[in-house]
Design a protein around this ligand. Structure first.
Ligand SMILES: NC(=O)c1ccc[n+]([C@@H]2O[C@H](COP(=O)([O-])OP(=O)(O)OC[C@H]3O[C@@H](n4cnc5c(N)ncnc54)[C@H](OP(=O)(O)O)[C@@H]3O)[C@@H](O)[C@H]2O)c1
Length: 213
C-alpha cells in the first residue's frame, strides 16, 4: 500500500511549527521566516521557484525527497490560507500563485467545504470535511500507486500522528526558540516507540530527524 509521508516539517527547539498570530502579512505569525531559512537556501527550493542557484549540501539532499513518488497531498485549512470561519469569497486560491508546486490533487481539510479549484500545472484543491481516515482514503484513491504527503500545518500533522496514519515523518529541528505558537508534539507522548529514528545535524545547526516504520 502507498505510504503516508511528512517532509521538511520545521519545528523550533521548543516544539512549535508556526508562530502566534498567523495572518495574510505573516503566514507563520511571529516566527516570520525563521523556521524555514534553512529550506529557502536549498537548491530544492530554488528549483520549486523556477530559479537557479541554492545550496547543495545535506540540507538540500534531505529536502529534495519531499516530492518523489507523491501522488496527492492533504493539508489543513490554515496552511491553505489565513482565513478562519466561513469563506467570505472564493477568490483566495492559496499562497502559491496560479501554478502551485504540488502538481497533484490536494485535499484541504476544512469544516467549511467549497467547490474544488483547478489550478495550472496539475494541482487541484479539493475541500473536504472528513476524519483523517476518510481524507486519507480519498487521497489514496487520487494518488493511485503513489504516496500521500501530509503537508501540515502542525494541527493536521498532529492529528494524523495521533491516529497512527503516518509512515514516514521528516522533522527539521531548527535552533530557535519561539516561545509560543502552534505545537507539533502535544498529545503524542510515547510516539518514539512506533518508529525507527535517525538524525543528522548539518553545519547550519538544523537537525534532520526521520521517523520511519
Ligand atoms: N513548520 C512547517 O514546516 C509548516 C508546514 C506547513 C504549514 N505550516 C504553518 O502552519 C500553520 C497552519 O497550521 P495549523 O496547525 O494552525 O493549522 P492546519 O493544520 O493547517 O489547519 C487546521 C484547520 O484545518 C481544519 N481541519 C483540520 N482537520 C479537520 C478535519 N478533520 N475536518 C475538518 N476540518 C479540519 C480546521 O479548520 P476550519 O474549522 O476553520 O475549517 C482546522 O482549524 C500556518 O502558519 C502554516 O504556515 C508550517
Amino acid at each position: 500500500m502507498s505510504r503516508v509521508r511528512v517532509h521538511n516539517f520545521s519545528v523550533s527547539l521548543d516544539g512549535f511549527a508556526t508562530g502566534e498570530g498567523q495572518s495574510l502579512d505573516a503566514p507563520f505569525g511571529h516566527a516570520g521566516g525563521r523556521l524555514h531559512d534553512w529550506f529557502l537556501r536549498t537548491r530544492t527550493f530554488h528549483d520549486v521557484q523556477g530559479k537557479t542557484g541554492g545550496g547543495t549540501g545535506v540540507d538540500d539532499a534531505v529536502a529534495r525527497t519531499w516530492n518523489e513518488g507523491v501522488g496527492a497531498e492533504i493539508m489543513g485549512r490554515n496552511k491553505f490560507g489565513p482565513h478562519r470561519g466561513p469563506w467570505e469569497d472564493h477568490d483566495w486560491t492559496g499562497w502559491w500563485g496560479p501554478n502551485p508546486p504540488f502538481h497533484t490533487p490536494v485535499f484541504v481539510l476544512t469544516h467549511h467545504p467549497r467547490p474544488s479549484v483547478e489550478m495550472e500545472g496539475g494541482t487541484t484543491f479539493h475541500f473536504v470535511d472528513a476524519t483523517p481516515q476518510e481524507a486519507l482514503r480519498q487521497a489514496r484513491e487520487a494518488a493511485g500507486d503513489l504516496d500521500v504527503r501530509i503537508g501540515g500545518g502542525p494541527g493536521t500533522v498532529r492529528d494524523f500522528l495521533a491516529a497512527d496514519l503516518v509512515d514516514h515523518l521528516h522533522v527539521a529541528v531548527v535552533p530557535i526558540l519561539l516561545g509560543r505558537g502552534e505545537p507539533l508534539w502535544d498529545g503524542l507522548e510515547g510516539l518514539e516507540k512506533r518508529f525507527r529514528i535517525e538524525s543528522v545535524t548539518t553545519p547550519g545547526g538544523v537537525t534532520h530527524m526521520t521517523f520511519t516504520r
